[in-house]
Write a protein of this length. Sequence first.
Length: 85
Amino acid sequence: MEKRIYDKKTGIHYELQGDYYLPCLELPKQPKVEIEIWGKRHLRHGIEWEQKGEHKEHLSVLEFKREKRKEELAELEQTIERVQQ
């Protein structure tokens, strides 16, 4: 079996993955829209945001912060042990 094939009808390349041919697709590159631009536009037009205090950090962000704090704590404990010896 060929590792890579091309379908002339669709114009899509397919690559062999195990027993199946999967399409080799790429997502179109999306332009980066900077939040700062929107903030400047709001200021220019006098639009103010009402902060309701309902913003909650995503659980993965909290998990990342927790892991970083664990690492920092471990480093501090090692430093304390070295100083005490």
